[in-house]
Structures are given as structure tokens and as C-alpha cells.
Design a binder for this molecule. Structure first.
Ligand code: PHE
Length: 453
């Protein structure tokens, strides 16, 4: 993307930003977090985090990105930040890279599931299946923890990602997102209807929607906050990088609200599919948890619809695309950074970003199987990277960004950007500026510190 390119239309811009936001975070990570966090209570805190902190932090990234018109570090420099502040961009780039390395592994699984759906392998019996709770639990076991197949699919995903990055992301991303995101949405609506009409859907629904506040602990709140930032693609410089391509007429507040609510909607729809399905199929949370949740329950749902194989192909195709629109946006942070800072060609920058991902993602992938005994702070490498980057780096990066914009950036930067230089008037603008200046840094810091106590 050259500096002068801009998104061709407002719809395209929203589709690309939603494309970055909506991905495995909503479909795979969100239900797992809800399950760990005790259901509806987590959901409520999550919604609070999105509205109170997510939207304002998104707006700070938009404002900085459009004003700074460069990569995550260059933008800070262009708005006159002293060198010390570049660390904010640095944290963003580090976080984005770590997240990319485990995200690619899950993206690889989606591709593996797509291929297995096309060949029909997903629905064929597995040896030794009888002892397990379900057919698809055994399949998941086979696909994810055997050493080579998931690794190969992860590598494939890295190369597809590289291909798109190389071939002019601008048109690629915008055009692909315009078509795929609405289709993804429509397919989800069908799944919600099917899941809600399953027998015993009610019990799952009440787990997801009826809060039990006794379940809330400090770590629930930290996870909800981390999940909100992860899902909205915040704290990693992505939106700083993308908004450099926004025209000066784009209404930022309305865009941020639209993107965040669509992202939230997709997450909630996933919850409405997964939790009724779990109770309905008797897949109690003890046998399938976390990472495998979606990959087991969704295929179960498909078997309750006509033509399960067709649905499975359609869904995993769209999920792989949704994952790609996210991985591309994450990788673009580092690519833009390398091009702008080191004045390299786009091809070189894409290679510099993509090639080291091969060994790093390989370690993540193997940590699910062969190397699962190797742990850091009691977690395998995959979970450690996820928790460290998502629950710590993203919030820390966001606090620093808010402090910079609230206290150290040129005085009117936020206001000028949010109001398009005074042409948009809205009561939300001063409220957002106040949150960015006072509430967000304090609240995020309190949540973070509480994890260490
Ligand atoms: N927001 C994306 C998702 O929910 C993931 C992502 C994280 C994308 C960080 C970009 C940056 O899947």
C-alpha cells in the first residue's frame, strides 16, 4: 500500500476494518473465553469493555493513524512525539508479531478443516473413536495434535498470506472483504437459527445469557479486556496503519461504533451457536475446552443440517478467509514498518516478516502435540504467547497510547480528527476524549495490576 492510496469507498473501508476485527478471535477465541469465564457474567463484562474502553481506544488509534499517516512508529514521529514514545509503536509491533505466530496455527487448522471437509475425511469414522465423547473430538485430536499435518497447513497459510501481501494488499483486501464478510454474516445467521432450534438448546442459552456474578474474579476481567482488545484488533498498531489510508472525510466516531458493534454481534452470534449446541449434544465442558471448542461443536451442528459436508465446506472456507483478512492486517503492521523505517522494497519487507514466522509458528504448532510437555509458567508455548501478548502487551500498549494522546500529543489532535476539523459536532466526542485522557489509562492499569496481586 503506498502512502497515497486510500480505501476506495466507505463501505470498503468498513469491510476491511471489520475484516481485520472479525476473525478467529470471534469464532474460536471468544466462545472459549466465555466458557472459561463462566458464561453470561463474562459476556456482560466483555460488552462493558468493548463500549467503555474498546471504542475509545479504537478512536485513539484512528486519530493517531490518520493524523500521522504512516506506520505505527512513523505516525508517532510525524505527530511530533519524542523518541521515547516510539516504544508504544514498538510494543504494538512486538505484540502483533507474537499474536501472528499462534494465530497462524489456528488459521492453519481452518484450512485443514476445509480440506478435510472437501475430501469428506472429517465425516469418516476414526479408529478408536468409541471411548471418546464424540466423533469430532477424536477428529480434532487427530488433526491438531499429530505433528505434521497441522504444521503443513500452518505453513501453507503463511505462504497464502505472503502471496496476498505481495500482490497489492489494497485492492485485494478491500475487494475480498466486500464480498466475503457479508456472506460470512449470512451463513452465521443460518447457523444461529439451526442451533437455537436444537433440542435442549435452552440450557446452553441460559449459560450464555443468564449471568452468575459469583463466577467473576480478577482474572475474568483481565481476560474479558484482553479478548475485547484482541477481537477489535486494538493495541497492535493495526488500526493506526489502516487509518493512514482513510480519507479526511471519513467520520471516525461513526466508523468505530459501526465496526465495534458488528464485531460484537458476530461474537454474540457465535455464542448463540456454540452454547446451545454444547448442551444439546451433551458435549460437556470437561472433555472439550478452549482451543478445540469450535472445531468440535460446529461440525456437530452441521450433521444436524441437510448436506453437512456442503455446510462444512462453506463455513471453513469463509472462516479461512476471515482468518486471512485478519492475518494480513496483522502482518501489514510489520510490513509497513519495515518499508517506512528501512526504505526496503515491499517484496523484501514481506519476506522479512513472513519467513521467521515459519519456525516460530512451528514451535507453537508442535506445542499442541509433540512438545506439549514443555511449559512456561504452566502453559504450553501456544497458550503462553496468547496470554502474554493478548492479556499483557495489548493492554499495556493501549494505556501508553491513551496517555500519549491524552497528555502529550498536540493539544487538538484528538478533537480535530474526531470532528473532522470541527465539521462534525457530537456530544460523544468530548466524552471519548475524556475517557482516553482519564478513565481508560486508569481502568486498564487497575485491571492489569490486579492480575499480579
Ligand atoms: N481481531 C482479529 C480477530 O478477532 C484478530 C486480530 C488480532 C487481528 C489482532 C488483528 C490484530 O480474529
Amino acid at each position: 500500500m503506498s502512502k497515497k492510496t486510500q480505501f476506495a469507498s466507505r463501505i470498503g473501508l468498513i469491510a476491511a476494518t471489520v475484516g481485520s476485527a472479525v476473525g478467529l478471535g470471534n469464532v474460536w477465541r471468544f466462545p472459549a473465553e466465555v466458557q472459561e469465564g463462566g458464561g453470561a457474567a463474562f459476556l456482560l463484562i466483555y460488552i462493558g469493555c468493548v463500549i467503555l474502553l474498546g471504542i475509545p481506544v479504537m478512536l485513539s488509534e484512528f486519530a493517531l493513524g490518520r493524523a500521522g499517516h504512516s506506520d505505527a512508529i512513523g505516525a508517532l514521529k510525524n505527530v511530533g512525539a519524542s523518541k521515547r514514545w516510539w516504544v508504544v509503536g514498538g510494543i504494538a509491533i512486538l505484540a502483533s508479531y507474537l499474536i501472528l505466530s499462534f494465530y497462524m496455527v489456528v488459521a492453519g487448522w481452518t484450512l485443514e478443516y476445509l480440506v478435510q471437509s472437501v475430501t469428506g475425511g472429517l465425516f469418516e469414522p476414526v479408529a478408536g473413536e468409541a471411548g471418546l465423547n464424540s466423533h469430532f473430538t477424536a477428529k480434532m485430536e487427530e488433526y491438531v495434535t499429530t505433528d505434521w499435518p497441522p504444521l503443513i497447513f500452518t505453513f501453507l497459510m503463511i505462504f497464502i498470506n505472503l502471496g496476498i501481501l505481495l500482490g497489492g494488499v489494497q485492492k485485494g483486501i478491500e475487494r475480498m472483504s466486500n464480498i466475503m464478510m457479508p456472506l460470512f454474516f449470512l451463513v452465521l445467521v443460518v447457523f444461529v437459527v439451526v442451533a437455537l432450534s436444537l433440542p435442549d438448546a435452552g440450557a446452553g442459552l441460559s449459560f450464555f445469557l443468564r449471568p452468575d456474578f459469583s463466577k467473576i474474579t480478577g482474572s475474568t476481567i483481565v481476560s474479558a479486556l484482553g479478548q475485547a482488545f484482541f477481537s477489535l484488533s486494538l493495541g497492535m498498531g493495526i488500526l493506526i496503519t489502516y487509518s493512514a489510508y482513510f480519507s479526511s472525510k471519513v467520520p471516525l466516531v461513526r466508523t468505530a461504533v459501526t465496526v465495534s458493534l458488528l464485531d460484537l454481534l458476530v461474537a454474540i452470534m457465535m455464542g448463540l451457536v456454540i452454547f446451545p449446541a454444547i448442551t444439546s449434544f451433551g458435549l460437556d465442558g470437561e472433555t472439550i475446552r478452549g482451543a478445540s471448542l469450535v472445531f468440535v461443536t460446529l461440525p456437530e451442528v452441521f450433521t444436524h443440517m441437510g448436506m453437512p459436508q456442503l455446510w462444512s465446506i462453506l463455513f471453513f472456507f469463509l472462516l479461512a478467509v476471515a482468518a486471512l483478512t485478519s492475518t494480513i492486517s496483522i502482518a501489514e503492521v510489520s510490513v509497513a514498518f519495515i518499508i517506512d523505517r528501512f526504505h526496503t522494497s515491499r517484496i523484501k519487507a514481506c519476506l522479512i516478516v513472513s519467513l521467521p514466522l515459519l519456525p516460530i509458528s512451528a514451535v507453537c504448532s508442535l506445542s499442541m502435540g509433540l512438545w506439549s510437555d514443555f511449559t512456561i509458567l504452566g502453559m504450553n508455548v501456544f497458550d503462553f504467547l496468547d496470554n502474554f501478548a493478548t492479556n499483557i502487551l495489548l493492554p499495556v500498549g493501549s494505556i501508553l497510547l491513551c496517555i500519549f494522546l491524552g497528555w502529550f500529543a498536540p493539544r487538538n489532535l484528538m478533537y480535530d480528527q474526531l470532528s473532522n476539523h470541527g465539521t462534525i459536532r457530537s456530544r460523544l466526542i468530548p466524552a471519548v476524549i475524556w475517557i482516553v485522557k482519564y478513565l481508560a489509562p486508569v481502568l486498564i492499569a487497575v485491571v492489569l495490576v490486579s492480575t499480579f496481586l
